[in-house]
Write a protein that binds this ligand. Structure first.
Ligand SMILES: O=c1ccn([C@@H]2O[C@H](COP(=O)(O)OP(=O)(O)O[C@H]3O[C@@H](CO)[C@H](O)[C@H]3O)[C@@H](O)[C@H]2O)c(=O)[nH]1
Ligand code: MN
Length: 356
């Protein structure tokens, strides 16, 4: 076995603090290729679609698998807040995990190689991103100052060099880019071949389109805000699950003083979903995002909201007040946000300090 693989196998960083969450409505064969990097980690598989279909999990992985029947059994009436027939169902895995960190990946993403041809250990890079500070208050032009071989540049105030705790690490993808349907329709053959060797902090007060394909986060800091919305069957919108979570989580991170990074690591995104199907799923989102983004840009959370849970409850109220005029769907979404938080609290009761 190539030496590097052995290194990858030995270097299973934070293996007892991390769960891998995979939404699937297809197959988990892609895990064969990930074995050198993921074999030591616990998987939480959220099976979408028909629960009577048996999903095969490749041998040798430690996992828990939840289908729609399990979600209904565990959450009861609140199960309606978990999307059906949309990758957003993955957030159920975030809720049932007991670990500090989550890494979530789509089932059509494979191990990518860096320009030297070396296989990328996404877990090692995401954990490095999460375990080192972010710099949201002042942009470092040499990118991530906490990476080997780089630092803060001249003119960077020393008072800001401590940075803030990182809550989210947003990875990217080579090959099939994560484009919306209109872009995909006019550029069907476009492939992302540009490997940018950089990790950047997204500045405070700036939103970004979070893609759930290759994403890691600190569940203890921001988990309650990582609700992937109410999408898919029975809903007027789909494929905005990760966007909704990304906007909400970023305003909560900004409010609580946490950082969000984007860039390395890359995965190899192998499958282009059908742009015509995607257009049907996401067309309302293409309109509504012109209202959703300004909503998140302009809102101000109160100082009493000093935890992700309190922030999210306040966000639910604001969603109902400010976005229902765009479409009655947002009233349903606001209620689903509350159901999510109640379910989260029930499955993750706050730890009572035994001393007091
Ligand atoms: O009904 C569904 C559809 C899909 N899934 C699982 O979700 C991920 C992403 O699915 P897919 O690769 O088909 O979607 P893309 O268009 O390539 O992905 C983009 O859309 C985002 C949100 O939907 C996604 O994160 C982006 O990368 C796969 O694991 C499917 O199996 C599902 O569970 N239910
Ligand atoms: Mn895909």
């Amino acid at each position: 076995m190539a030496g590097y693989h052995l290194e990858a196998i030995e270097a299973a960083p934070l293996k007892d603090d991390l769960d891998i969450v995979i939404p699937t409505i297809r197959s988990l064969d892609f895990l064969e290729q990930w074995r050198p990097f993921l074999k030591h980690y616990h998987l939480i598989i959220v099976q979408d679609g028909d629960p009577s279909i048996k999903i095969r999990v490749p041998e040798g992985y430690d996992y828990e698998l939840y289908n729609r029947n399990d979600i209904n059994r565990i959450l009861g009436p609140r199960a309606n807040c978990i999307s059906y027939k949309d990758g957003g169902c993955r957030c159920f895995g975030f809720m049932v995990s007991k670990k500090k960190y989550i890494y979530t990946i789509d089932d059509d993403c494979f191990v990518a190689k860096d320009p030297s041809g070396k296989e990328i250990n996404v877990i090692a890079q995401h954990m490095r991103n999460l375990e080192t500070p972010s710099t949201p208050h002042y942009f470092n032009t040499l990118y991530d100052p906490f990476r080997e071989g780089t630092d803060f540049v001249r003119g960077y105030p020393f008072s800001l060099r401590e940075g803030v705790t990182t809550a989210i690490s947003h990875g990217l993808w080579l090959n099939i880019p994560d484009y919306d349907a209109p872009t995909q329709l006019v550029k069907p053959r476009e492939r992302n071949i540009r490997y940018v060797d950089a990790v950047m902090t997204i500045p405070k007060g700036v939103l970004y389109p979070m893609c759930g394909m290759n994403l890691a986060f600190n569940r203890e800091l921001i988990g309650p805000a990582m609700y992937f919305g109410l999408m898919g069957e029975g809903q007027p919108i789909s494929r905005y699950d990760d966007m909704w979570a990304g906007w909400a989580a970023k305003v909560v991170c900004d409010h609580l003083g946490f950082g969000v990074k984007t860039g390395l690591p890359y995965v190899w995104h192998s499958k282009a979903s059908n742009p015509f199907v995607n257009l049907k799923k996401e067309h309302k989102g293409l309109h509504w995002q012109e209202d959703m983004v300004p909503f998140f840009q302009n809102l101000r959370l109160s100082k009493e909201s000093d935890t992700a849970t309190k922030c999210y409850m306040e966000l639910s109220k604001m969603t109902k007040e400010k976005l229902t005029k765009v479409d009655p769907y947002f009233e349903k979404l606001a209620d689903a946000m509350m159901a999510w938080i109640e379910a989260w609290e029930e499955l993750n009761p706050p730890v009572v300090d035994s001393k007091n």
